[in-house]
Design a protein around this ligand. Structure first.
Ligand code: ADP
Ligand code: MG
Length: 251
């Protein structure tokens, strides 16, 4: 039997990122992730406040993290606290971003001079070194292992989890007549047990900030490209996406 856990309180600010603030709690193994309305693009060059984005992203990410746990992908997410805070297990973030692509777009199209929109024959996994000062350069798995950012088995676990996440997301968005073009994940390590073993879990977020979502038929973008490329009002786009995901408008 689990009893209703006490509401965790915000401790010191550990990190203030581009879209979230991370706070310590009274429990050293837990953090509160506070989703702000901040939006950035091009590594912080373009910035704005987007009405209700924090609430929308926190709820969408929580919804997906719960789905992933049910699908056998361990996550750091525990529960929502209020409108835009998430209680999460505190992990050591592995500084390797995992991108899964189903359709050619974004950085892949740009780098190789390809048109956006062609479906890949199978999901393509790419890795990027998480470093704002270097602009998140692309790396491969060997680089990550040889430079000590992750062990080979951890890279393998991240790959398997990322593909499982992709399967779940493809099915979910497909059911809403939305094509999942690509998305980015971060993983972290839980503190080790006495033997020193650690385990990899999905961390951070699954949101339209880190995904490309194209409406089927129209190709209309329902993700942060609306902001990056000045295609319209991102707040309205996210509110519409929220209504599609939850079947009711944000109140
Ligand atoms: N469960 C977790 N434990 C510790 N750190 C986390 C966890 N989940 C996410 N983080 C980190 O917290 C920060 C979230 O803030 P965000 O605004 O996304 O930052 P960034 O500007 O680096 O993208 C990121 O650096 C992310 O790696
Ligand atoms: Mg982030």
């Amino acid at each position: 039997m689990s009893t209703s856990p006490a509401t965790p309180t915000r401790g010191v600010l550990l990190y203030s990122g581009k879209a979230k603030d991370v706070y310590a709690t009274e429990d050293p193994s837990r953090i509160l992730m506070h989703y702000t309305d901040g939006a950035t693009a091009f590594n912080g060059v373009k910035k704005a406040q987007i009405d209700q984005k924090g609430v929308i992203n926190a709820r969408i990410s929580a919804f997906f993290m719960e789905k992933m746990a049910s699908a056998g992908v361990p996550t750091a997410f525990e529960r929502m606290v209020g409108d835009r805070d998430q209680l999460c297990k505190r992990v050591a973030i592995i500084p390797v971003e995992v991108v899964v692509r189903n359709v050619i777009a974004g950085g892949l199209a740009k780098k190789l001079g390809l048109a956006e929109g062609a479906r890949l024959k199978a999901p393509l996994i790419e890795h990027f070194y998480k470093s704002d000062s270097l602009n998140d350069p692309q790396i491969n798995e060997e680089t990550a292992v040889l430079l000590g950012w992750a062990r080979a088995w951890e890279m393998q676990a991240m790959r398997e989890y990322a593909l499982r996440v992709n399967d779940v997301l493809l099915e979910f968005w497909g059911g809403l007549n939305i094509d999942l073009v690509d998305f980015k994940l971060e993983f972290g390590r839980l503190p080790g047990d006495v033997s020193g073993a650690t385990s990899v879990v999905l961390a951070d977020e699954i949101t339209p900030d880190g995904s490309r979502l194209w409406e089927r038929g129209t190709g209309r973008k329902l993700d942060k490209d609306v902001f990056r490329r000045d295609l319209g009002d991102l707040s309205e786009t996210y509110k519409e996406l929220y209504a599609r995901v939850f079947g009711a408008r944000l109140t």
